[in-house]
Design a protein around this ligand. Structure first.
Ligand code: CAA
Length: 258
């Protein structure tokens, strides 16, 4: 693993854990942190031994309170364009499933980062929101698009146009948060879920993630075609033979990622 200064990177068997680590700034996402995050996620993505990644924030107060306003305050459009925003595109292209364990504020870029993940767990004290409008800008890392696709136009408009935060329970009922758990149990729940995913057949997991994500990018017809092709392709894997044989023989399957 490379050396990082703004994030902590750990591995627990098949699970990679990345912790945003600027607690004094409520894990505000400066350019360096987002670049390091993209590097670390890509490193895990290349590692065949890693089957799931958990993303969380250090401290008890924040997952991430957004892009670093102090860093951005004097920037020009060109500075912003060249400063590392393309790292968000790298995060979007990670194939390994990612679980956001949201342990407090997930605002602005923090909310957008959670939405880059595939499953969102949140502690009871978590607060989500897109407060960019309050500082004269709009979400810049996918907030308007991902919220609208999950919550629909009207709730998204209210969130983006008022900047008011929303609690985790409400987002659980609206389908953006998978589960709300007590703060002290958040990482254990994330680990349980991550280990469950990491124990599945790796190629099937990758193809399942690709197929679900394609639902947000394509027409129904194209999405159905991609799902069908991935389904057929999995019949070329040893894991498919093993999984079906194990079912018939009434035993646990042992997947090899082949
Ligand atoms: N950028 C830089 N520093 C931040 C920050 C941010 N987004 N959020 C918090 N901090 C810093 C504060 O300035 C403060 O530092 P100092 O002690 O040096 O003053 C420290 O973290 C602690 O924060 P507060 O004292 O403000 O803590 P609080 O409990 O009173 O309030 C909060 C917490 C409601 C989250 C508040 O900090 C806040 O509103 N933060 C900004 C949220 C925001 O606007 N996020 C959107 C950023 S823009 C964006 O993300 C664009 C995009 O789409 C990519």
């Amino acid at each position: 693993m490379a050396e990082y200064t703004s994030i902590l990177v750990e591995r627990e068997e098949k699970v990679g854990i990345v912790t945003l680590n600027r607690p004094r700034e409520l894990n505000a996402l400066n350019f360096q942190l987002v670049n390091e995050l993209a590097d670390a996620l890509e490193e895990f993505d290349r590692d065949e031994a890693i089957g799931c990644i958990i993303l969380t924030g250090s401290g008890e107060k924040a997952f991430a309170a957004g892009a670093d306003i102090k860093e951005m305050a004097d920037k020009s459009p060109i500075d912003m364009m060249l400063g590392g925003f393309e790292s968000w595109g790298r995060i979007r292209k990670i194939h390994t499933p990612m679980i956001a364990a949201v342990n407090g504020y997930a605002l602005g870029g923090g909310c957008e980062l959670a939405m880059h993940c595939d499953i969102i767990l949140a502690s009871e004290n978590a607060r989500f929101g897109q407060p960019e409008i309050l500082i004269g800008v709009i979400p810049g890392a996918g907030g308007t698009q991902r919220l609208a696709r999950t919550l629909g136009k009207y709730r998204t408009m209210e969130i983006v146009l008022t900047g008011s935060p929303i609690n985790a329970k409400e987002l659980e009922s609206l389908g953006l948060v998978n589960h709300v758990v007590p703060q002290g149990e958040l990482m254990n729940e994330a680990r349980k879920l991550a280990n469950k995913i990491a124990g599945q057949a790796p190629i099937a997991v990758r193809m399942a993630k690709e197929a679900v994500l394609s639902a947000f990018e394509t027409s129904l017809e194209e999405g159905l075609d991609l799902e069908r092709k991935n389904f057929f392709l999995l019949f070329a894997t040893e894991d498919m033979r093993e999984g079906m044989r194990a079912f018939i023989e009434k035993r646990q399957a042992h997947f090899q990622g082949k």
